[in-house]
Design a protein around this ligand. Structure first.
Ligand code: AMP
Ligand code: MG
Length: 349
């Protein structure tokens, strides 16, 4: 299959029209959002939705998020309570997915057999134009091959999806670079996956909110995942990834330097403005500032993919305090590293 790429900066109208046509015919379209690129299909067509699982190699028990173009659409697919209504007033359009009891119109292929469905309204003109033009809810996970880092630009999508899907809409780099916050309201409000909308911000609207322990720790043996996505290997490039941790930025930089010096093959440190001075002579890329974790989130997935393109054998990431957007960063960094964390005292890597 030939994969067409339409640049929305030049051809927004044709992009939305072509995308809408493909979606209505049951095909797949990769499209930009403010979080990461999504791989979309008509959410009401179970067969079309199965195409997403095939193109990504996604496990069938990992549900998809339904993307809508207006707030009122939430009640067509899910059963919102007062908390949900207050949250969408505040955060939609935006990077917050609500998991709620689902309505029967949502096929089981979307919810992976769960009684709940995740719904979100993206804050991106290209995504909203596509959904509106198609006149359909769009089921979409991230547009990467399952397990790889999520795509944050059209080139990343093309790398994984060329030949597998007919159309990529190129909207340039994504604003946030990490996937939406997934909040379950199917019981006590619980953040299943941290993202750009933080637990503190959610708490200011609805009061108490829990954060799933799976946000920062691997599932224990025999434990069931509230969010099935959390049990799979995730965000991993081909390179070995190790997270350098320690009590201070200097201590973390010391660990990162040791990991680079001990690396059996070519190593790259994904550093910050604050720490790059520690790494003289090493292959080091400055992702952003640890004072602004959103800059690190925006760069992380693209830098992991670039490391593979450059043939790097080991990637070293620096840990951040898991606060505000640092929580979303650490959730991805720990999974990319397969929970391999190096500390100042231990020299196991
Ligand atoms: P992705 O679009 O690749 O970010 O994947 C969607 C994420 O949302 C996965 O981690 C899913 O496990 C999670 N998700 C989607 N729907 C539900 C649901 N009904 N219950 C719990 N988690 C969900
Ligand atoms: Mg994904």
């Amino acid at each position: 299959m030939k994969t067409e790429v339409i640049a929305l900066a030049k051809e927004a109208e044709r992009g939305a029209a072509e995308g809408a046509r493909v979606l209505r015919e049951g095909g797949l379209v990769a499209f930009p959002t403010e979080t990461v690129y999504g791989l979309g299909a008509n959410a009401l067509n179970g067969r079309a939705v199965l195409g997403i699982f095939a193109a990504k190699g996604r496990p069938a028990d990992n549900p998809l998020i339904v993307h809508v173009a207006h707030r009122e659409a939430l009640a067509e697919f899910a059963c919102p309570d007062e908390r949900a209504k207050a949250l969408i007033e505040t955060f939609w359009p935006g990077p917050l997915t609500l998991v709620l009891p689902k309505k029967d119109v949502v096929p089981n292929e979307v919810s992976a057999g769960l009684p709940t469905v995740g719904v979100r309204m993206p804050a991106h003109d290209g995504a909203l134009a596509l959904i509106r033009r198609a006149g359909l809810p769009v089921a979409a996970p991230s547009a990467n091959t399952s397990g790889r880092p999520s795509p944050t630009c059209a080139q990343d999508v093309y790398e994984d999806m060329a030949g597998k899907i007919p159309l990529v809409l190129d909207g340039g780099p994504c604003l946030w670079g990490v996937e939406s916050t997934v909040l379950s309201l199917a019981g006590e409000a619980t953040v299943l996956r941290p993202g750009a909308v933080t637990p503190e911000e959610i708490g200011r609207v609805i009061g108490k909110v829990l954060v799933s322990p799976a946000a920062l720790a691997p599932l224990k043996e025999g434990e069931t995942a509230a969010s099935p996505g959390m049990k799979y290997r995730h965000y991993a490039p081909k390179a070995e990834v190790i997270l350098a941790d320690g009590p201070t930025p200097e201590a973390r930089a010391g660990v990162a330097l040791r990991l680079a010096q001990n690396s059996p093959g070519r190593c790259r440190i994904l550093a910050t403005e604050e720490t790059c001075g520690f790494y003289g002579g090493q292959d080091c890329v400055i992702m952003g500032s640890s004072k602004r974790p959103e800059t690190l989130c925006a760069a992380l997935f693209h830098c992991l993919r670039q490391a593979d393109r450059d043939g790097v054998a080991r990637v070293v990431l620096e840990a951040l305090p898991p606060e505000a957007l640092g929580l979303a960063y650490m959730n991805r960094a720990l999974r990319a590293a397969g929970f391999r964390v190096a500390l100042p005292t231990a020299g196991e890597f």
